[in-house]
Design a protein around this ligand. Structure first.
Ligand code: 9W1
Length: 419
């Protein structure tokens, strides 16, 4: 390899290192793994190619993999999520990293290919781009790849489809499906970071406001829980009866968006569906209403509809645009309808990523140990790993829980047998 890394500016390393150390102090499970596995080095002799957001939390993952004996080569999975200071700090510390903020599509694939140059034995993905590149452009690497992991829902979907057609040529562990990943990411990660984004973009007081959550899945519940904690009155809109029923029992009001739009001071869409807030809703909103999205697509809020109603538009502050409607009312759209928790804040906090990345780390260790005997296709994380991780997280924070006594275990078993 001609060069070991390509980043924006290696001079940013010192600043990046401080941020990584800050994340370390909030990621006790990863740090415990780092201490334990640096003794046994289960990843020794393994080369890991990774493609995942270059953030301070990912840096903690990378340096934990290295401490466990792996050689690591990395690229970012999204040109906009790369933190150049973090990339610099990683490069300076010896990680072979190819990532910089704002790279174009061609550069994106160039970086992925550089990470494959060193012939990985394991792949670590977020969105399955690395696995796809291996399968389509570099199939000669497959015989020496033991297995991979995949972080996201979307990536796991892609891989299951591939596996279904017999096109997936090595075992892949679906990190996303661990309860300690998606449940905590969505409820607590998205819940807090969405409000973080709203508050950074607006600086409004939440107490006493009426908050409308479009959707009451995990993200909608997370946003609603936090809104309640901040003193807002919560309204939920839903299409799914059981989700709506849960919202009522959690103490929220439930109504159609056609009605909710008249009451809301702050709206967050978290549905995964398009056209959740459209023209007729904007027309009925109160003067000063704040609208944003934390769902996966930026079409939940119909922005062309808003544009068509507006007689003027101006930027008030970063990520906060004022639309003055022809009816005289003002509506504030945050982050241009893109994910407010990423565009106006910093994604999931380190404490939440601690759990997701602990799953990634254990996935890599599992593949290094057992990958050769695992079948091609998508593998789930075990319930035992989920419970072990949750227990570790509890313990690192000084919480302890009860265990069944032998008698209680016997009772439970007999009970299940129906005696
Ligand atoms: N992932 N470390 C933007 C993040 C983009 C992003 C995205 C996270 C983390 C959801 C992963 C501007 C971090 C990431 C900071 C940031 C994600 C997309 C993390 C939240 C998911 C499409 N998806 N994530 N921290 N960008 O928070 O790795 O600030």
């Amino acid at each position: 390899m001609a060069e070991k890394y390509k980043v924006k500016d290696i001079g940013l390393a010192e600043q990046g290192r401080l941020d990584i150390q800050w994340a370390e102090s909030r990621m006790p499970v990863m740090m415990e793994f780092r201490r334990e596995y640096s003794k046994t080095k289960p990843l020794k002799g393994h080369r890991i190619a990774g493609c995942l957001h270059v953030t301070k939390e990912t840096a903690v993952l990378i340096e934990t993999l290295t401490a466990a004996g792996a050689e690591v080569s990395w690229s970012g999975c999204n040109p906009l999520s790369t933190n150049d200071a973090i990339a610099a700090a990683l490069a300076k510390n010896g990680t072979s990293i190819y990532a910089w903020h704002g790279m174009n599509r061609e550069e994106f694939y160039w970086c992925i290919e550089r990470t494959l140059d060193f012939k990985p034995t394991l792949t670590l993905d977020d969105g399955a781009d690395l696995i796809m590149t291996v399968h389509t452009k570099k199939p000669e690497l497959i015989p020496t790849i033991i297995g991979g992991t995949e972080e996201t829902t979307t990536g796991v979907h892609r891989l299951r489809a591939m596996a279904h057609e017999g096109a997936l040529k090595y075992p892949v562990i679906a990190i996303n499906d661990a309860e300690t990943k998606w449940d905590f990411d969505n409820v607590y990660g998205t819940g807090q970071s969405s409000w973080d984004g709203v508050i950074r973009a607006t600086s409004v007081l939440v107490a006493g406001k009426t908050f409308v959550s479009a959707g009451y899945g995990h993200c909608g519940k997370g946003c609603s829980d936090r809104a309640k904690g901040l003193g807002a009155n919560v309204i939920v809109t839903e299409i799914k009866p059981t989700a709506a029923l849960k919202a009522t029992l959690d103490g929220h009001r439930v109504m159609k968006m056609d009605e909710a739009c008249k009451h809301g001071d702050i709206f967050i869409t978290a549905t995964g569906m398009k056209d959740v807030i459209v023209k007729r809703h904007f027309e009925s909103m109160k003067d000063g209403a704040i609208v944003c999205n934390t769902g996966h697509y930026d079409c939940e809020v119909n922005i062309p509809d808003l544009e068509s109603l507006a007689e003027s538009k101006r930027t008030i502050r970063p990520n906060c645009e004022e639309y003055r409607l022809k009816n005289g009312k003002r509506i504030y759209l945050l982050a241009q309808g893109r994910l407010v928790n990423l565009a106006a804040a910093e994604g999931h906090p380190s404490e939440v990523m601690d759990m997701s990345f602990a799953n990634q780390f254990l996935g890599m260790v599992k593949l290094a140990q057992d990958g050769k005997s695992m079948s091609k296709g998508v593998h789930d994380i075990t319930e035992e790993q989920d419970q072990m991780l949750a227990l570790t997280k509890l313990r690192t924070q000084g919480f302890d829980i009860d265990k069944l006594t032998p008698e209680q275990s016997r009772y439970a078993n007999n009970y299940l047998e129906g005696t």
